[in-house]
Ligand binder design. Structure first.
Ligand SMILES: NC(=O)c1ccc[n+]([C@@H]2O[C@H](COP(=O)([O-])OP(=O)(O)OC[C@H]3O[C@@H](n4cnc5c(N)ncnc54)[C@H](OP(=O)(O)O)[C@@H]3O)[C@@H](O)[C@H]2O)c1
Length: 387
């Protein structure tokens, strides 16, 4: 029996997959947007090379099967044979894939709403065949909505009266709702990461969107935000391991966890101070009263008809500023207790991430799989490989 997982090739998915491969003996059936076995291997290697060398990756391949598909296609675009195989052989579902295109109603509706509904339909078919051990929905702490100054608790129910940050958080919120409403007879788990930025153990990253926004802000001599704003940033190594571990644990006491920094979130002033002392430069001056005009200026730039550097910076910051400016943190007491480990404060590794991101010009130097690794030599597996 296998864990059916979506989004293994993404940033958080790569951490959860690496954790599951190293810490469990579960087999993994991964939904990938790739046709054919070799293309699946190539796609997964692209994301897992942040975590392991090619020979370790090669050793894990006999526990992985690639299911070619796409969240936006009817029936997830999975072949009938693969769909039937999943119905008989999936022991749980870990739904992590999503579109993080914050501003696009269309992308978020198609990938997050229609996609999650299709994953739920598959889970229902599995449940009719045999009891699913668990359906885990990777959501986002942002489903709490815009709650200036709030400490959002893990066991608070979804509050439909709160304004949403953007189409992304709105569709993630409704996805959580669908999972709970449509799978009442399945043990469901919702994990909600906050802003996942970088790894506390090494500077390399494959995801640069929020890093880019941070770098742009870190370079400003005058910060048009208040130094007292708390920012809930959490390290990907803790989040990814948490997603993997919570999905397989038999003894969970709750059905919702915040994978967040919580009350240990640092303020913008503390983050700026850490950057300045590590990078050996002057701390910026904070002018909180400029926040609203700055946000309006970034919005205007983002809508500038001609794409260019300024338009790109505007688009980036207009998306992230609302997250930074709301001063909301997400309590993680239950998650920390369950995982027996706490996240690492961004102040201790953020500056190294800044230096790395600038050094590679916000692009991870991907390596192809070495030709010496012969895929025809992958040991036989009880899992069906993708046709
Ligand atoms: N990053 C954060 O700060 C953060 C914070 C809170 C919650 N989350 C949640 O964490 C999860 C993972 O996010 P991430 O940051 O790792 O995102 P990511 O790096 O963009 O990865 C997204 C994953 O979803 C897959 N995917 C997207 N559209 C798909 C489709 N139509 N069909 C099949 N697969 C599709 C991608 O496949 P391809 O490789 O083919 O593109 C990729 O594997 C998401 O549910 C997100 O909402 C993230």
């Amino acid at each position: 029996m296998a864990i059916f997982m979506t989004g293994a090739t993404g940033y958080i998915g790569s951490y959860a997959t690496a954790w599951l491969l190293r810490n469990t003996d579960h087999e993994l059936a991964l939904l990938v947007r790739a046709a054919g076995y070799d293309a699946g291997v190539e796609r997964l290697w692209k994301s897992l090379q942040l975590h392991m060398e090619a020979d370790e990756f090669h050793r894990h391949l006999d526990r992985i099967c690639f299911i070619s598909g796409d969240l936006t296609e009817p029936g997830l675009g999975i072949s009938t044979a693969d769909y039937d195989w999943l119905i008989s052989n999936a022991e749980s579902v870990l739904h992590n894939a999503a579109a993080l295109n914050f501003r696009s109603e269309r992308a978020c509706t198609n990938h997050n709403l229609r996609g999650t509904l299709s994953v739920i339909r598959l889970a229902r078919a599995i449940q009719e065949d045999h009891p699913l051990r668990r359906f885990t929905q990777v959501s986002t702490a942002g489903v709490a909505g815009m709650r200036p100054g709030a400490l959002v608790m893990e066991d608070e129910p979804l509050d439909w009266s709160q304004p949403d940050f953007n189409p992304y958080t709105r569709t993630k919120k409704f996805s959580e709702h669908m999972v709970r409403e449509l799978l009442p007879d399945v043990p469901c788990l919702v994990v909600r990461p906050s802003s996942v930025i970088g790894d506390s153990r090494f500077a390399e990253t494959t995801q640069f969107d929020m890093v880019r926004a941070f770098c742009a802000l870190a370079d400003l001599p005058v910060m048009p935000l208040s130094a007292d704003l708390r920012i809930d940033i959490v390290n990907a190594d803790w989040v990814g391991a948490g997603v993997g571990e919570l999905h397989v644990r038999e003894d969970l006491t709750r059905d919702t966890y915040h994978l967040s920094a919580g009350t240990e979130s640092r303020t913008l002033g503390e983050i700026a101070e850490a950057f300045s002392s590590t990078l050996g430069r002057r701390a910026p001056r904070f002018v909180g009263r400029f926040a609203a005009p700055f946000e309006r200026a970034m919005d205007a730039l983002s809508n500038f008809p001609k794409a260019g550097n300024l338009q790109r910076v505007g688009a980036l910051l207009s998306v992230y500023l609302p997250y930074l400016a709301t001063d909301t943190v997400y309590d993680n007491t239950h998650a920390v207790a369950e995982l027996h480990a706490a996240p690492t404060p961004f102040t201790s590794y953020g500056a190294a991430l800044y230096t790395y991101a600038r050094s590679v010009n916000f692009e991870f130097p991907y390596k192809p799989l070495p030709e010496s690794l012969d895929l025809s030599n992958v040991p036989p597996s009880p899992l069906r490989p993708m046709a």
